[in-house]
Design a protein around this ligand. Sequence first.
Ligand SMILES: N[C@@H](CCC(=O)N[C@@H](CS)C(=O)NCC(=O)O)C(=O)O
Length: 370
Amino acid sequence: MILKIHSGSCHCGAVRFEAEIDIAQGTVKCNCSSCAKARSWLTIVPASRYRLTSGAESQENYQWTPPGKSGPTIEFHFCKICGIRTPGRGEMEAMGGVFYAVQVPLLNEIDLEELAAGRSNMSMAFTIALIASRLISASSEHRRVSRARGSISNCSSAERRPTGGNPLKLYYSTNLNPRVAVAVARHLKSPVEFIRASPRDPRHEEAFRPINPNTLVPVLVEGDKSYWETDAIACRLSQIACSDFWAAGDALPETVRWLSWGKDHLTAMGAAYYFENIVKPKYLGLPPDQRTIEGAEDDFHRYAKVLDDILASRRWLIEDRLTYADFRAATIMPFANEAKMPVEGYKNILGWASRLDEIDAWRAPFEGLS
Ligand SMILES: N[C@@H](CCC(=O)N[C@@H](CS)C(=O)NCC(=O)O)C(=O)O
């Protein structure tokens, strides 16, 4: 058996999951009265090989008692938004305990040769017996796959939830980095209390130091733990929300690439314009230094061109969907006009920035906050 990590989702994408499956082992068209109406085409995986990566709140349950049984055997799930059935949960001794019935059509990519190699159209009863024997032989492969993949959000893990019922507090100001953290919290509908802070104000600096020794914002406080650095906060908020907004699994290296690239290049170059054309005149009462701006210009264009070329063939940076990589790489973009960044002509960057602006949490993260 060769397990592969498959990702899948409902039609609208609100519910997403990952499962380790060997499609070549066979699929089943379940013939129970409910599945027959839904034309369910399934592959059965043990709970240890299934992870809901986002959208728990978008799933609705449906249960019914099969004739001759004392109660429901399967918890059927479907997406409240688009109505598509999502993997159902069952528990049977014959199946090795808790398992998920994953709909084959929900999987994003399938190797057709592997699919053809597997048996299908089996009755559910036959499948149960077959799967029960496979679960035992699959356990060593499963351990191997689990070790290799390492970091993936696991919604059933209590340690990924806020600890001890403590409220989450997000300290912010309206500057570049905290703006991103607030946007993430609002986008993920994180249960945080937003607290406006001026950590470098001499009157507050010492009081602030215990939660961030750098005396900077953003800071996320969760019980007796504090998370500083915007990226760490975004990562933690994604874990708490059980969200794949922080793209993990195979997309993790790409996520890290864009965080690093954004910080060292687009944001760093844009920050010269931001500081000279916004911060100095607005907050320090000083004129912009044209030589500093001219010094940033070549590198600004070098990196803007890289991004513009990449965005020519995609709407978002990773996985053809909005992720934190987009938010983070775009840290400077909401200030581009006011900072007089020379972005005109980079039509793909501008298109990407306006797609981001369609997201309320990104366009107006501070709306309603003091
Ligand atoms: N690398 C840090 C940088 C944090 C930072 O520089 N914060 C600035 C705002 S962009 C700050 O706290 N300035 C003082 C203030 O906003 O009051 C991060 O990404 O969180």
